[in-house]
Design a binder for this molecule. Structure first.
Ligand code: FE2
Length: 350
């Protein structure tokens, strides 16, 4: 299985993974052979790339931290939460349903804790907010688990992270989803989403208070330059600090228009550069140890001019994975092969 940008798909390629929309509905099933019509539909729906199966990458399985079924159920849940319009009339989603879905996410994360996570999540831009919310939930559960939080805290952290932007549903659509710089007035309105979200959750559910403070302060920066209060360091609740980092990470990878999208390596560099400024440095360290810079299945350009597909990542050697060279078919272990010592990865082909 390997990742191919939609612009490079050709009819006859076999789909390597089920594709869901932002409401958790199955759009295309694995093994399906792509036609020109399917490809133009994927383009139309805004999918930047997908996984395909081919002979060259046979045997490469993308290990997921959370199973597609659990991810799909979480997407549906978030979609229902955002779609619900009259909080005073009824519960948008029952607390029992929320609890069951989030518990499944946490259990998957704890079970697959050894997987070097790679976030080549398949999603489209139109449904960004749903995919984003679920992904920040999964990432936060991972970081929380590595940080040593007990299971009940992981559960509350994951709920907080999945619902961190729920207040956006109370904003004007144009302000919440603007693909342009906001005016001063709009920025002020946008910033209200933290308070609106916390108030909505507090008045609707019987969660622990860490959920509300986590949502309320998820835009605080470690150096005190965030909002709404300008709190700094450990005065910012742990949940909010974890969400701040994962929110930024996921946003940098996926929200930007493709033309100026950052590569995972650039995003990692940004995280390191902003440790101590926007993010808690201790959490950045936890994060970097678990994340694969070059996800399994992605195509990379090597410094010797050859191209390869990433087969496996090694913990603590995020920049030196095992690669299969496309031109020769040989395996190149950038961590262990003495002859590969002078070879580096130039860029990811997306
Ligand atoms: Fe936010």
């Amino acid at each position: 299985m390997r990742y191919i940008p939609t612009s490079r798909l050709t009819p006859g390629m076999a789909l390597g993974q089920d594709i869901y929309d932002g409401a958790g509905r199955l759009l295309l099933a694995r093994h399906l052979l792509l036609t020109a019509e399917y490809i133009s539909n994927l383009e139309f729906l805004g999918f930047p790339g997908i996984y395909i199966d081919d002979e060259f990458t046979q045997g490469i399985e993308i290990q997921q931290v959370v199973t597609p079924e659990v991810r799909c159920r979480a997407l549906k849940l978030i979609n229902d939460m955002f779609a619900f319009e009259a909080p005073e009339a009824d519960l948008p989603v029952s607390e029992v349903k929320l609890r069951m879905t989030v518990e499944n996410v946490v259990e998957d994360v704890l079970r697959n804790g050894d997987v070097m996570c790679s976030m080549m999540d398949i999603r489209n831009y139109d449904d960004y907010i749903y995919y984003h919310s679920v992904n920040v939930g999964v990432l936060s559960a991972m970081v929380g688990a590595r940080y040593g939080l007990p299971k009940d805290q992981l559960y509350w952290l994951t709920i907080t992270a999945m619902l961190h932007d729920i207040g956006k549903k109370f904003l004007e659509y144009d302000v919440a989803n603007a693909d342009r710089p906001l005016t001063e007035e709009e920025t002020e309105a946008y910033r209200q989403h933290t308070r609106l979200g916390a108030e909505f959750l507090r008045s609707t559910y019987n969660f622990t208070s860490a959920v509300y403070t986590g949502v309320l302060m998820h835009h605080e920066h470690y150096n005190g330059e965030g909002y709404p209060f300008g709190k700094s360091g450990k005065d910012i609740p742990l949940f909010a600090r974890i969400i701040r980092m994962n929110d930024s990470y996921d946003r940098m990878l996926f929200l930007r228009p493709q033309r100026d999208q950052m590569s995972p390596a650039e995003v990692m560099e940004y995280l390191m550069a902003m440790a101590g400024a926007e993010f808690d440095p201790e959490l950045v360290n936890v994060f970097l140890r678990r994340m694969a810079v070059y996800p399994v299945g992605c195509e990379v350009e090597l410094s010797n001019g050859q191209h390869g597909v990433v087969i496996k990542n090694f913990q603590d050697f995020a920049l030196r994975p095992l690669v299969r060279v496309i031109e020769t078919g040989e395996l190149l272990n950038l961590r262990d092969d003495p002859e590969a010592r002078c070879i580096t990865i130039g860029r990811m082909m997306v």
